[in-house]
Write a protein that binds this ligand. Sequence first.
Ligand code: MN
Length: 207
Amino acid sequence: MPYPFKLPELGYAYTALEPHIDAQTMEIHYSKHHAAYVNNLNAALEKHAAFHKKEVEDLLSSLSDLPTEVQTPVRNNGGGHLNHSLFWRWIAPGGSKEPKGRLADAIKTGFGSLDTFKEQFTQAGTSRFGSGWAWLALDRSGKLKIYSTANQDPPVMEGNKPVLGLDVWEHAYYLKYQNRRADYIKAWWNVVNWDAAAQSYEKAMMR
Ligand code: MN
């Protein structure tokens, strides 16, 4: 969906991921933080009608095509909008509690086992200094990789396709977990919707 960008439906109650992710964190994260990224992205592009038909992924994968003064606002707020739009689906209630099908096979091939994958992904999230995201993404060669990015930089900026992402900004966990990011990540695994990750994987494989 191109400009004007809109906050997507969350699709479930703020309480739906309790006790792992608390309702107040969900409400503020979605209705304040994500909403601000959407509003700021629209404000940055308001006077640049030539880019109003572009999807946010397209804007982010070719930032240098944008006027210089909006490249950083689009990077930060477009990245924030895209990342969070995906994140709410990856942590939706219900769905599979572990990967199935082709994604399960690819994780086993790429990392040896689901447990090893989780350890490496957790490490990417805990070791990201400051604000950012941990990712499982498909790289240009079609290989799964685990890494992290700073701030709101999305995988598409480097030509990678996201399969699963974890927000490790303090705003994602501080109310409940304070400085204990590792505890947040441990709890987060309980609310991952592996069906949504599998959909992202299938979409990534098609492009
Ligand atoms: Mn966030």
